[in-house]
Design a protein around this ligand. Structure first.
Ligand code: SF4
Ligand code: SF4
Length: 125
């Protein structure tokens, strides 16, 4: 089965084939941060499988702490944490940030820490 456009973009960044997910929910069952997420990790995967780009506006990737519990638990070898990271990357790119200058961000303390992690390769100082 061929990948949809969103799956291809995710795969290009993360190397993950989201189609391998069969929606068992083990990733979500092990995630400690689901109480704060608007979409559970397995639901994020489902949106991507459907090619639904509204997932790029979802806040779950910014709540994700990159703890890799989901990736370790997945029976299909789907690196869910890498998918979350690629969603952060895509959103940063779509907002036009090729580089991020921390000196120009007025409220640095208001950014999710994970946003800085996602942007780390793009930082200028
Ligand atoms: S644990 Fe793996 S196969 Fe199961 S829902 Fe999560 S990503 Fe999909
Ligand atoms: S990496 Fe993110 S989505 Fe996965 S278990 Fe940890 S906090 Fe949850």
């Amino acid at each position: 089965m061929s990948l949809n456009e969103l799956e291809e973009r995710i795969s290009e960044i993360s190397g993950v084939n989201v189609d391998a997910c069969y929606q068992c929910g083990k990733c979500s069952a092990g995630c400690l941060f689901t109480a704060h997420m608007d979409l559970l990790p397995h639901q994020v995967l489902m949106y991507i499988q459907r090619g639904d780009e509204s997932v790029l506006d979802n806040e779950t990737p910014w709540i994700c702490a990159s703890c890799f519990t989901c990736s370790v638990r997945c029976p299909r070898g789907v690196d869910v944490a890498a998918v979350m990271e690629s969603l952060r990357e895509l959103r940063i790119r779509e907002r036009g940030y090729e580089t991020i200058d921390l000196r120009k961000i007025e409220n640095l303390k208001d950014l999710p820490q994970i946003a800085l992690t996602a942007a780390a390769q793009k930082l200028t100082w």
